[in-house]
Design a protein around this ligand. Structure first.
Ligand code: SF4
Ligand code: SF4
Length: 436
């Protein structure tokens, strides 16, 4: 089968510190959970419970506040002890409900009511997804109902893309989910195709996961969808929207059947959509890859939302030595965890602890002009040149450089290869923000 990819740059990313991705382990239920009211891109959800009140498993505890905001639900039954606030990256303030687990579970270990969606209208499906607080779980937490609303304005035909592209080994959690819940992923795609009016579904799958492509295609066809598969390259950042669209467009070249606009979602979101519509279940847990050189037993865990990251590491046997760096996400795009009481949120797909880790930019020296950053930038930027302008503030006189900086999509490839450990990505993103 032919492979489609993006034309330049990118890195082949391997990491021996990732957990084995074959199967997941269900984590212990958290005795104390911290449930943030911001787990999405927009405004904070409004708390609808107060300290002292009892909550049940799956109960609405935070009401989404319009565009970009999403509902938040209690992942365990218990009692709200207090609310806490903390500063998030980017200067936003988050607020969370601290819940002590107590009482009986309404869903765990019980047979959940199963609802057919065959006769639901797109509007009803959208409402169920909104009530369940479904956000894009592999990205920044964009609410899926917002995405659906934006797509109704699209005139072109729509293709739903099930993005199973594993260009980064830290996507081990998504991979385990695909192995264990592939039918739910396919059904979620079918539900969203109905809700969005997508004429077809395309499974985008990394070349090294060909077996998965066959199984997913079979599962999609079971829903009587017009389904196809595009095999993509393995280089990072193949799963980025820009690079994935390049691959998808080149796959459609010469074909009569044009795919139009792409509605791209990953496997965790698709499975969550299926649970929201079929079981009326909000996001209560998620798959998280836990690894790094400091972790005793790296593994993929199925973790309740709100579980503290310290508890997640404890579940993996704790540390073999004092970690120098604890972070969440991938080493290419992740961010430092400053407090082990920080919780797992809807968008947290990996946490890692490193014995020898250094934060990006730490210990940086001068640019040696090796050109590595230029060679790997998939957009064709000159990261070293942009960084120099950022440092000297020379960008103030040059709109051309600002425009170029605004093209940076923050993949982190340049930083990953820079021998001088320069903080290229964030500097270039900040530079691009001046282009208004
Ligand atoms: S972070 Fe930006 S500048 Fe660096 S490689 Fe990616 S797109 Fe290019
Ligand atoms: S990779 Fe780093 S050291 Fe090499 S040219 Fe780019 S910024 Fe300079």
């Amino acid at each position: 089968m032919k492979t489609y990819t993006f034309p330049r740059g990118g890195v082949a990313f391997e990491d021996s510190a990732v957990p084995p991705r074959g199967a997941s382990v269900t984590a212990f239920l958290p005795a104390l959970s911290v449930l943030p009211l911001v787990q999405h891109t927009g405004p904070k959800a409004r708390a609808v419970v107060s300290p002292g009140e009892a909550v049940f498993e799956g109960m609405l505890v935070g009401k989404g506040q319009g565009q970009g905001s999403a509902n938040v639900h209690a992942a365990v039954p218990g009692r709200v002890l207090r609310t806490v606030t903390w500063n998030m990256p980017g200067g936003r303030v988050n607020e969370a409900l601290v819940i002590r687990m107590e009482g009986a579970f309404d869903r765990l270990g019980k047979r959940e009511d199963d609802h057919t969606w065959k006769y639901l209208s797109p509007f009803e499906i959208q409402r169920l997804i909104g009530e369940a607080g479904i956000v894009e779980m592999e990205g920044s937490g964009h609410p899926v109902p917002d995405m659906l609303r934006a797509l109704t304005k699209e005139k072109r035909p729509l293709t739903l893309v099930a993005r199973c592209v594993f260009d980064d080994p830290w996507l081990a959690a998504d991979y385990a989910l695909c192995r264990e819940r592939l039918d739910a992923v396919a059904e979620g795609a079918a539900i969203l195709a109905r809700a969005s009016g997508a004429a077809r579904v395309t499974a985008a799958i990394s070349r090294r996961e060909k077996a998965l492509s066959k199984a997913l295609l079979e599962a999609l066809k079971g829903w009587e969808l017009k389904a196809s598969c595009v095999i993509t390259g393995n280089r990072y950042p193949q799963r980025n929207r820009r690079e994935l669209e390049i691959a998808l467009r080149s796959a459609e070249k010469g074909k009569k059947d044009q795919t139009g606009t792409f509605f791209i979602l990953g496997p965790a979101t698709l499975a969550a959509v299926r649970d929201a519509v079929r079981l009326r279940r909000p996001i209560l847990d998620r798959y998280v890859a836990v690894g790094g050189s400091a972790v005793k037993t790296p593994q993929v865990l199925r973790v309740r939302i709100g579980t503290r990251i310290g508890d997640v590491f404890a579940e993996c046997g704790g540390f073999v030595g004092k970690p120098r760096l604890i972070a969440q996400g991938s080493p290419l795009k992740g961010r430092r965890v400053l407090d082990m009481d920080e919780p797992v949120t809807k968008t947290c797909y990996a946490v890692y602890a490193l014995l020898e880790g250094r934060e990006r930019g730490a210990g940086a020296v001068s640019c040696i002009g090796c050109g590595e950053c230029r060679a790997v930038c998939p957009v064709g930027l000159d990261p070293a040149g942009l960084f120099k302008r950022f440092q000297t503030r020379a960008f103030l006189e040059s709109e051309g450089w600002l425009r170029r900086a605004a093209e940076c999509h923050g993949c982190g490839c340049c930083e990953a290869v820079c021998p001088s450990r320069l903080p290229l990505m964030q500097s270039i993103i900040n530079l691009g923000k001046n282009d208004d």
